[in-house]
Write a protein that binds this ligand. Structure first.
Ligand code: SAM
Length: 307
């Protein structure tokens, strides 16, 4: 099919990048994308706000099978432990999607970069077969400790011994994700599924490292989160970011202009540039096939091509 998006949508997308992902993004993007949403007292929209305030997202959540209550409890615990930062977790709907993808593809070995308090890890772990292993990396020692406590409490096998085939095994690698990747590569481990959700500025490095070191199994795939980053990737062009405000005065010297532009780049804009670069990089890599999906904050499904 040549075009499934109505023409008027193309116009809306061109004029207003935020429109594109509205209704599909994760809770962590709602506030940025939807001016109707207001932050809660701790500064971030809650899962509940998301479903109440955004009609399309609410509709999707309402007609998707909910995750069990332990995920609601985990989100509450994230809010208590990281006031203002609990929205780092994927949304409940995205957790459900990750779990379904695991159930559909039945990976034996999964790798996650960016565990936080374990929400997406637990969602995926509940979808993989018993005896399979999920490795997850986290550099924040408090988040890693809390995630480890949760995994043990919830009955996952967190021992360092070989899996006893009774439970899903979760191995949490605390520290920098790249060091963990190097460690796993040394052990010559290959993964059936990888979920990228750590620092956005390193997505290209993680992607390259995984492929260069043959860490993706033959039919393996990578899921990359936040690839549309609040819809802001539409404003970025590789290294630079096109601000919506008027461009700098033409009288300014290029150096001053650059300095001004640099100043204007908020950390969000920088992240959007990183994601844009990542998307371009992946698209050009002949080793993979990619679909960039406007779901949640943007999710890329990247599959390794047959040799
Ligand atoms: C968006 S959160 C992950 C959320 C998690 N996937 C979930 O849904 O619950 C990103 C996490 O990556 C971690 N992180 C960022 N840079 C990292 C790095 N270089 N190495 C390891 N972890 C990193 C952060 O500490 C943060 O907890």
């Amino acid at each position: 099919m040549a075009c499934i998006v109505p023409r008027t949508w193309h116009l809306a997308i061109t004029l207003n990048p935020t429109y594109y992902v509205r209704g599909f993004h994760s809770s962590r993007t709602l506030f940025a994308l939807n001016p109707v949403l207001r932050p809660t007292t701790n500064g971030s929209p809650s899962h509940e706000d998301a479903t109440v305030e955004d009609p399309m997202f609410g509709y999707c959540s309402q007609y998707s099978t909910p995750l069990p209550n332990k995920f609601v409890r985990l989100h509450e615990s994230s809010k208590a432990n990281y006031p203002g930062g609990a929205d780092k977790t994927v949304s409940a709907l995205q957790g459900q999607l990750l779990q379904l993808l695991m159930r559909m593809t039945r990976p034996r070995r999964v790798l996650e970069l960016g565990c936080f308090m374990g929400y997406s890890a637990m969602a995926m772990a509940d979808g993989i077969p018993r005896g399979a292993t999920l490795y997850t990396c986290e550099k924040d020692s408090k988040a890693a400790r809390l995630a480890r406590e949760l995994f043990t409490k919830e009955g996952y096998d967190c021992s360092s011994e070989q899996s006893i085939q009774k439970a899903v095994k979760i191995e949490l690698l605390e520290g920098d994700a790249m060091s963990s990747l190097e460690l796993l590569a040394k052990k010559e481990l290959q993964f059936d599924a990888v979920f990228l959700d750590a620092d956005k500025g390193n997505y290209i490095n993680y992607f390259n490292f995984i492929l260069d070191n043959d860490m993706l199994a033959q039919h393996g795939y990578i899921l990359a989160d936040n690839v549309l980053f609040r819809g802001m990737v539409l404003q970025s062009h590789g290294d630079s970011f096109a601000p919506l405000s008027p461009p700098p005065s033409p009288q300014l010297s290029p150096k001053t202009k650059d300095a001004r532009l640099e100043e204007r780049k908020t950390s969000h804009q920088k992240t959007a540039c990183h994601m844009d670069k990542f998307n371009r990089h992946v698209r050009k890599d002949p080793r993979v096939t990619v679909a960039v999906l406007p779901v949640f904050d943007g999710l890329s499904v990247i599959m390794k091509n047959e040799n």
